[in-house]
Ligand binder design. Structure first.
Ligand SMILES: *Cc1c(COP(=O)(O)O)cnc(C)c1O
Length: 228
């Protein structure tokens, strides 16, 4: 617990200093702690030291933890993994924000899965920053079309873009492209200003290029257990 607290404080210091360096207001940057593969207890421990945002990348694991930790009322749950449309209901039940909407089919499924009393679901459009069209994320040329279709769905609110930096490229130019895609998205949905980018090894570059939501795992949680 004390190590967790130390690593969290260290990362938050680095976030604050990167924000100062790039003339960003730290208050407009949300630090999401990615807890995938860790037991639910880690999320309780994080809550006890003031964490309000956690991220999970597998629906079953997210659903399980959210049920188990139903007493954590001051936690926002971010789904950052590949979304399957046949799991839309479960995703909607467990997530407050879905970062990984990258095709119309999943957007329609998430909208259709809304119950009568469900709140509006915040979603981000995941963009593929790699040259490999097989990777997750919409191709940049399709951003405006998909954004317009998502914006028309009554129970979703499109908040911005999300991306993972390519493994084989310096993250800075990739995040610079992402900032351009964010502009493009805002030409369709003007208030969709969130940029979800930056992980343990590249969050400073992401902050330099306008990230509003950082998804940081191992730098805070320590080494992840093997995939469960
Ligand atoms: C696991 C994961 C992260 C966090 O990765 P770290 O390198 O541990 O910080 C961020 N985003 C996504 C989509 C992930 O799957």
């Amino acid at each position: 617990m004390s190590e967790l607290r130390t690593r969290l404080a260290e990362v938050d210091d680095l976030i604050a200093s990167a924000a100062r360096r790039f003339q960003r207001d730290p208050a407009e940057i949300t630090r999401i702690v990615v807890t995938k593969f860790h037991p639910p207890q880690l999320i309780s421990d994080l809550a006890a030291i003031g964490v309000h945002d956690v991220g999970e990348n597998r629906q079953q694991e997210l659903s399980h933890k959210r049920v188990e930790l139903a007493d954590l009322t001051d936690m926002t749950w971010h789904f950052i993994g590949q979304a399957q449309s046949n799991k839309a209901r479960q995703i909607r039940e467990a997530a407050d924000v879905v970062h990984s909407v990258d095709r119309e089919k999943i957007a329609i499924a998430l909208d259709a899965a809304a119950g009568e009393t469900d709140p509006i679901l915040d979603v981000l459009l995941q963009v593929n920053l790699t040259a490999d069209a097989g990777r997750g994320g919409v191709e940049p040329g399709d951003i405006e079309g998909l954004a317009a279709r998502i914006a028309a769905l009554p129970t979703l609110r499109l908040r911005g873009v999300m991306a993972v930096a390519p493994l084989d490229e310096d993250p800075a130019p990739a995040f610079e492209r992402l900032a351009g895609y964010s502009q493009l998205l805002r030409s369709v949905v003007p208030d969709a200003s969130w940029i979800s980018a930056g992980m343990s090894h590249d969050f400073a570059e992401a902050i330099a290029h306008g990230a509003t939501h950082l998804r940081i795992g191992s730098a805070i949680t320590g080494t992840r257990p093997a995939r469960g």
